[in-house]
Design a protein around this ligand. Structure first.
Ligand SMILES: NC(=O)C1=CN([C@@H]2O[C@H](COP(=O)(O)OP(=O)(O)OC[C@H]3O[C@@H](n4cnc5c(N)ncnc54)[C@H](O)[C@@H]3O)[C@@H](O)[C@H]2O)C=CC1
Ligand SMILES: O=C(CO)COP(=O)(O)O
Length: 321
């Protein structure tokens, strides 16, 4: 089985580097021909993963069809771009294993990555790779553990074996809903935790937000048919612990700046912003109790300040845990 990466950002490049170091030939597709040429010439992705040497087995390519010749394709474009990339090249996906590495919910459809793949590439086998992992850590060969989910147990095992390396340990799962919701929703809670620290609410408040945020994540995931044990795994609790406590997280750092300064610039990969909006909407429609997510969405819409959001959460009726 051959592998390629679509999306030459930090995470896609890190995965290409890790797999190539492990002995696999990996095509790495980037949409910007200039960036692809520079990567081929300098053997570095200076914009997204500076200082990391691309092994010889990584081949940067500007033609998506060249990368899509591989059997397994890692999709590492931002969540809001995933549907567009797949829909723009409808002839490329039949029979391919499409492994979504993006974390989020599509704002237009409310679908997670596996649903977007099902809609835009119905002939493909969808899978999801998620869990606590900064791209720089994977690229540095530091020990990392993630969850690989596919609907079929045999597919999940084949992908687990193909994509694990000496330092990247994959666990397998057939709970795609649980794995992708864990990855998507932890970003919203990470923004909340960053806001709390930036605002000066303190570390006890952050721990409370992580814990009660986890309760919200679990509530939504169970309503979507996910299994509780998936959410207590790497792509749930594991990724929340990492992302809610590290300033290396773009979502946490964004929240922190917002808490500190009342405003902050977002990146396309501050994935929790779109996810908060999408999930707050569906929680309201479906009557799901998700007060932290709804408060974060309200702050992001400019409807309340971080201080007011904190006050509103504390003022909620007292209830059993
Ligand atoms: N950076 C990290 O540590 C991790 C990132 N992820 C997830 O991976 C996904 C990608 O994140 P990063 O690589 O970090 O972001 P990034 O911002 O470094 O890279 C995103 C890449 O996608 C490309 N891109 C954007 N729109 C595109 C389009 N329409 N067509 C083709 N290419 C497009 C950009 O040019 C860029 O190269 C996100 O969903 C993120 O949550 C997951 C685990 C860790
Ligand atoms: O998902 C991540 C770590 O697992 C990266 O977090 P950010 O997208 O917030 O940087």
């Amino acid at each position: 089985m051959s592998v390629a990466v679509l999306g030459a950002g930090a995470f896609g490049t890190a995965m290409a580097v890790a797999l190539a170091r492990d002995g696999q030939a990996v095509a790495l597709w980037g949409r910007d021909a200039g960036v692809v040429r520079a990567m081929a010439e300098t053997r570095e992705n200076a914009g997204r993963l500076p200082g990391v040497v691309l092994p010889d087995r990584v081949t940067p390519v500007a033609e998506i069809a060249a990368a899509a010749e591989a059997d397994t394709l890692l999709l590492s474009v931002p969540m809001q771009s995933l549907g567009g990339v797949l829909a723009a090249h409808p002839g490329l996906w039949d029979g391919k294993r499409l492994v979504a590495c993006c974390k989020g919910v599509d704002l237009k459809t409310g679908r997670g990555p596996s649903g977007v793949i099902a809609d835009c590439a119905p002939g493909a086998v969808p899978a999801v790779l998620s869990g606590p992992s900064f791209a720089a850590d994977i690229a540095a060969g530091l020990p990392t553990a993630l969850t690989l989910a596919a609907r079929d147990a045999g597919e999940a095992q084949a992908l687990q074996e193909q994509l694990s390396t000496g330092s990247l340990r994959l666990y397998r799962s057939t709970d795609m809903a649980g794995v992708e919701l864990g990855g998507a929703l932890k970003n919203v809670i990470a923004i909340a935790c960053g806001m709390a620290i930036g605002e000066g609410f303190g570390e006890s408040a952050r721990a409370a937000l992580m814990t009660r945020g986890y309760a919200e994540v679990l509530r939504l995931a169970l309503a979507r048919g996910a299994q509780a044990e998936t959410l207590s795994g790497l792509s749930g609790l594991g990724d929340m612990v990492l992302t809610c406590t590290s300033e290396k997280s773009r979502n946490y750092a964004f929240g922190m700046r917002l808490g500190r300064a009342g405003q902050a610039e977002a990146l396309a990969t501050t994935e929790g912003i779109a996810t908060a909006r999408a999930v707050a909407g569906l929680a309201a429609r479906e009557g799901l109790e998700m007060p932290i997510t709804r408060a974060i969405a309200a702050v992001l819409e400019g409807e309340m300040t971080v201080e007011q959001a904190g006050g509103a959460l504390l003022a909620r009726p007292l209830r059993p845990e």
